[in-house]
Structures are given as structure tokens and as C-alpha cells.
Design a protein around this ligand. Structure first.
Ligand code: G6P
Length: 276
């Protein structure tokens, strides 16, 4: 779907409810997209904002309550490759709101033992974009899940890029055998970085071409990721040098921040990407 509004433009795909582009008028794209991204059925799009749901990361690093529902070894769940349905489009002189839904029913029983309904609402304005993903447990048993809005951001130079707002925060470093650390100062990038921070606080991403504010709701965990040079070579649909010009800041419910919904209950995870 293409959004052409006098104040901004956006592009999103029904496959994965995946936002790939957003830019205010006369501005460059606010999201990073891989030059080698594929747009094919069943393939996750590399860039923009993939939705990781109903689990984040590799199954074996998920909490037991989440893991016991997983029937596959693949990462990040099936929502990012499933085809969603268009629910609603609203437009005013200032903003556009688009809602998509996914019924996570027996169609996904090869991958996951659960039932849920998902509603993803995108809100676009000249001030930025906002995503809200609501999960409703439509099964009869409690439902545990992890998830992330896996935002890819552009930077002209990763070595001069900082993430501020995670100072003194605890994090798990997946590259150091999942050991626990405390962040000293802003997050900077020297090679591969893959951490899950125990915070859902508002962040500032500082790059040489400008800053963004990332504000999550319904989240107490944030993933900060850059593949660095070696992993970039192994990564699908990702140019070898692209690690120098992107980073991911992922608003999440991961590790101990997993969520449990009783039958009929809902939880909303959201992120707002704005100016700073
Ligand atoms: O290649 P993907 O399945 O899209 O995953 C891309 C990345 O997602 C997250 O940021 C994880 O923390 C990384 O470990 C992973 O490499």
C-alpha cells in the first residue's frame, strides 16, 4: 500500500504488516531498507519495521512458557511473513491511520500451538510514525509470548552513531554467551552488537545526519542490533557493507519481559518514531 499525503509518504505491505518507508515531505526516508531486500511470498523483508511475533529471536532463548508452544526452530515468529488483512483507512488533512489484522489460527499450527488475534495500527503525520500492535488471546488457555517491532534506522556512519537513554541499564549480551552487563554511558558501535536491554524508556538515536526519538509503549525491553562486518556477509538479503549505514532499535517484550494473557485479554506494544 502506498500513502501519498501532502505532508508525508509511506509504503507498507500486507505481507507481514510491514512498513518499509516513511518520510515527511521533502525529507529522506526515516527507515533503512536493504538494497537487496526481496519482496516474495514467505520471505521476510530486510529493512523497515518487521514484526517479530509470537516469539522474538531463536526459540531456545525464549522463556519455557513461550518455548513450549513453538514447533519450529526458525527465529522471530510467523507474523512477519503472514498475509494480513486490511481493516480500515482514515485520512485527514494532518494524518493517515491504517489498520491491518491477522487471525493467528490453525493456519499456523505447523509453527505454533496457540490462538490469537492481532491488530496493527499505523499512524502517520508530519511529526513521525506510530505503530501499535495489539494481541488478543482468542484461545481458552493463558497465552505467553514474546515480540518486537524490529525498527531498522539509517545512519551515514555507524561508528559515529549513539543510542542515548540506556545508561546504567542492565542488558543481556547475546555475543558474550548471553551474559548480563550494565550499560556505561551511551551505546556506541564497534563491530557486531546484539543486546537485549531491560528498559522500555524513551531513547534518542544520534547520527551525523540528525537525531530521532524512539518512544515505546507496553515494553520493558529494547534490542539494539548491528551485524558488523562478519555477520553482514552471512545475513540474507543484506549487502556486505550495509552494516556501516544502519542499526536496529527494537521495541520489545523479550526474555523476562515476556507477556501472558488470559483468555480474552489484550496487550498493546507500540512505538513512536519522531524528531528530536
Ligand atoms: O535475520 P533475522 O531473522 O531478520 O534477524 C535479524 C536480527 O534480529 C534481532 O536483532 C536479533 O537480536 C539478531 O540476533 C538477529 O540477527
Amino acid at each position: 500500500m502506498e500513502v501519498h499525503h501532502p505532508l508525508f509518504r509511506a509504503r507498507l505491505f500486507l505481507q507481514g504488516a510491514h512498513l518499509t518507508h516513511f518520510a515527511a515531505r521533502d525529507e529522506r526516508d526515516w527507515l533503512w531498507m536493504s538494497d537487496t531486500a526481496r519482496f516474495e511470498p514467505g520471505v521476510a523483508i530486510r529493512g523497515g519495521i518487521p514484526i517479530c511475533w509470537p516469539w522474538f529471536g531463536v526459540p531456545e532463548k525464549n522463556p519455557p512458557e513461550v518455548r513450549r508452544r513453538l514447533l519450529t526452530s526458525s527465529s522471530h515468529g510467523f507474523a512477519r511473513t503472514a498475509v494480513w488483512e486490511l481493516e480500515d483507512v482514515r485520512e485527514t488533512a494532518h494524518d493517515v491511520e491504517i489498520s491491518l489484522s491477522l487471525n493467528a489460527n490453525s493456519d499456523f499450527s505447523d509453527a505454533w500451538d496457540g490462538r490469537a488475534r492481532l491488530l496493527m495500527t499505523f499512524h502517520f503525520s508530519a511529526d513521525g510514525c506510530q505503530l501499535a500492535l495489539t494481541t488478543t488471546n482468542s484461545g481458552s488457555e493463558p497465552l505467553a509470548f514474546t515480540q518486537a517491532l524490529h525498527t531498522y534506522l539509517p545512519t551515514p556512519d555507524i561508528s559515529r552513531t549513539l543510542v542515548k537513554g540506556l545508561e546504567n541499564c542492565g542488558y543481556v549480551d547475546s555475543l558474550k554467551d548471553w551474559s548480563y552487563h550494565t550499560q556505561q554511558g551511551p551505546v556506541s558501535f564497534e563491530g557486531e552488537t546484539d543486546r537485549i536491554y531491560e528498559s522500555g524508556d524513551s531513547l534518542i538515536v544520534e547520527t551525523p545526519s540528525g537525531n530521532r526519538r524512539i518512544t515505546a509503549i507496553g515494553s520493558d525491553s529494547t534490542v539494539v542490533w548491528n551485524p558488523g562486518p562478519e555477520k553482514a556477509e552471512r545475513l540474507s538479503d543484506f549487502p556486505d557493507v550495509a552494516w556501516q549505514s544502519m542499526l536496529c532499535v527494537e521495541s520489545a517484550n523479550a526474555l523476562g519481559d515476556y507477556r501472558v494473557l488470559n483468555a480474552g485479554q489484550s496487550h498493546t506494544l507500540g512505538v513512536m518514531i519522531g524528531r528530536e
